[in-house]
Design a protein around this ligand. Structure first.
Ligand SMILES: Cc1ncc(COP(=O)(O)O)c(C=O)c1O
Length: 387
């Protein structure tokens, strides 16, 4: 695709699950910010600042539109990444309003460890739910009474999805709990799973969505009722006296400031807006190309005798190991042929290593930049490695 024209011939990038390649319009939007309106957002009155303000506000609206959520109920705040967003929420939750914290066995360390630290700090018990092989949660098995539930809606090793997210949302709310969704892996190709679902918070990383490095928290206004203020500074207050202050977040219009302490990554936020525009305009054929590449690579891996594929179904993110071969050495061999893939446990140590006992894996995560010839090359090179 011409928007990834900087990719050299034969360069095959397969690490979109970590961070997507950025298309030209996103790179241009960031350059434009630095060269045309480099300014602080939401506080300066000069001309450049107004341009930044408009673009930042537009990005908040585009995020809600992308997720099919209403601004009457939800607020978009920016932060560093998914990990930071989840920790920011958990570190400010009033623990005495809840009975326990729950997560699941297939989580990235980001919610897995943040929930562990929460439990250690507050003394509230932590429960690790066992996800079904298809990614759903057996709701009958668990008691969500006043529970803080933090789970992903798509995994980062095989893309399995939280298929019953709607039912989970209802069960958790009915039991007086809150549901925080880690949507880091869903946004780039599986956002439908979370679109329009009225969870309490969605955390994701713009850098996995063709946008610059940036975190996003999309949160329901009622979440405010269970949060304390622990992380505070510039950009968050309307007035400050010697011993007290007035939070800007008390005003619905500035509610986003609740999680935005200090100066924000304005250029990156503008870049996220450009990425969402780019995705919206993307021709159907580009999605079909991703689907076709995914299916072809899945079929190849699935039919190779020595390959143990973790995926049960095709997904742009797929993990595997090759019988008798060290995955890290395979990764290096692929790299020598300009194929960039990840190896290891991808921050899912508990499930992949301790529950399943897999050796370190190889992960291919495809994106919209991948060309059919990339798949041909992978098949050829990996075929040689396997044999
Ligand atoms: C499912 C999932 N959750 C959370 C994260 C953490 O994202 P970040 O490192 O951007 O905070 C990742 C990163 O790969 C992920 O795949």
């Amino acid at each position: 695709m011409e928007d990834f024209d900087y990719l050299g011939d034969g360069e095959v990038y397969l690490d979109g699950a970590c961070q997507s390649l950025r298309p030209r319009p996103v790179i241009d939007a960031i350059n434009n910010y630095y060269s045309e309106h480099n300014s602080c957002g939401e506080r300066v009155k000069y001309k450049w600042g107004r341009v930044t303000d408009e673009k930042v506000e537009a990005t908040r609206e585009k995020v809600l539109k992308f997720l099919k959520l209403k601004s009457k109920k939800y607020t978009v705040s920016f932060t560093l990444n998914t990990t930071y967003g989840i920790n920011l929420i958990l570190n400010q939750i009033k623990a005495d309003k809840f009975n326990k914290i729950m997560t699941s066995d297939i989580e990235h360390n980001s919610p897995f460890l943040a929930s562990l630290a929460f439990s250690e700090r507050t003394g509230l018990p932590r429960e690790v739910m066992v996800r079904n092989d298809d990614g759903s949660i057996d709701l009958k098995k668990y008691d969500f009474k006043k529970a803080i539930v933090v789970v992903n809606c798509a995994s980062n090793f095989d893309g399995r999805k939280l298929l019953n997210i709607n039912e989970l949302e209802k069960a958790v709310h009915k039991a007086g709990g809150i549901l925080i969704i880690d949507a880091a892996q869903a946004m780039a190709h599986s956002a439908d799973i979370v679109r329009g679902v009225e969870v309490d918070a969605i955390c994701f990383s713009a850098h996995k969505l063709y946008a610059p490095s940036l975190g996003v928290i999309v949160w329901k206004d009622e979440l405010d009722d269970v949060l304390d203020v622990r992380f505070i500074g510039g950009g968050m207050v309307d007035d400050v006296d010697k011993e007290k202050y007035v939070l800007s977040a008390n005003n619905k219009e500035h509610r986003y400031t609740r999680f935005e302490s200090g100066l924000q990554a304005w250029g990156e936020i503008v870049g996220l807006g450009a990425a969402l525009d780019w995705l919206e305009k993307l021709p159907k054929k580009d999605w079909q190309n991703l689907e076709k590449n995914t299916k072809e690579l899945f079929d190849f891996l699935n039919s190779s005798k020595k390959v143990h594929l973790i995926n049960k179904e095709p997904n742009p993110t797929m993990s595997f190991y090759i019988e008798g071969l060290d995955s890290h050495l395979v990764g290096e061999a692929l790299s020598r042929e300009n194929i960039m893939a990840r190896t290891g446990y991808f921050c899912v140590h508990y499930y992949l290593d301790h529950v399943k006992g897999f050796p370190p894996l190889i992960r291919f995560s495809l994106g919209l930049h991948n060309r059919p010839e990339d798949i041909e090359k992978i098949k050829k090179v990996l075929g040689k490695v396997i044999n």
